[in-house]
Design a protein around this ligand. Structure first.
Ligand code: MD6
Ligand code: FE
Length: 198
């Protein structure tokens, strides 16, 4: 699995709490919402976005759009610390245009999926985990293939690129009370993408 890269503890505690503070402001400007699948099933995670484009899902399908689905406003800017991680690990020339923010409360999970709503799969997807540890599952590019389980802890960065860019992956569960970073508990996952055409 060469296109999957895990950087355990890439962000120190200070960098993690700085990011949580930046996210608190983003969530005031762009409130968390609960998306539904095209079939009408609500996600167990709540979401919002920052960047020029944000990922949304509703009865009309999955897509990137430039405005919040509830407020109609443009998404807030991506924090500089995240842009720097992207420049270091994904592309130093082309910045990300979307950052999906997923909040996992009690019992939230994420089914196995591929990230395939982006225009150009030559760009990797970079993920930052904050708060409680998640049990992440990753397999190959075909549904139903062999998978393995990897723990994602607060401060870990992982990248899906190259041959694993379209690997199926998901979150089986989040381990309650495994981190003190987020007041009230829970987990935040950030995924940076180049969503639009280059
Ligand atoms: C999560 N992560 O960690 C879900 N997608 O909560 C993802 O769906 C993901 O970790 C693309 C690349 C890396 C990821
Ligand atoms: Fe994903």
């Amino acid at each position: 699995m060469t296109g999957f890269q895990l950087l355990p503890g890439r962000l120190d505690r200070q960098a993690q709490s700085d990011l949580v503070a930046a996210l608190d402001k983003i969530i005031v400007a762009a409130p968390l919402f609960t998306p539904v699948t095209p079939g009408g099933q609500p996600f167990s995670v709540r979401m919002t976005n920052c960047g020029r484009l944000g990922w949304v899902s509703d009865r009309a399908g999955y897509r990137y759009q430039a405005h919040h689905p509830v407020t109609g406003l443009a998404w807030p800017a991506i924090p500089k610390a995240l842009l720097a991680l992207w420049a270091e690990y994904v592309d130093s020339q082309v910045p990300p245009d979307a950052c999906l923010i997923n909040l996992y409360g009690q019992g939230a999970r994420m089914g196995l999926h591929q990230d395939r709503d982006e225009a150009d799969f030559r760009f990797g997807v970079l993920s930052v985990s904050l708060g409680d540890t998640a049990v992440f599952r990753i397999g190959g590019t075909k549904r139903g293939g062999k998978t393995r389980s990897v723990r994602l802890s607060s401060g870990d960065v992982c990248i899906l690129a190259g041959e694993d860019r379209l690997a199926f992956h998901g979150i089986d569960r989040v381990i309650s009370d495994s981190s003190q970073l987020i007041s009230g508990g829970g987990r935040i996952n950030l995924t940076l993408r180049k969503a639009g055409a280059p």
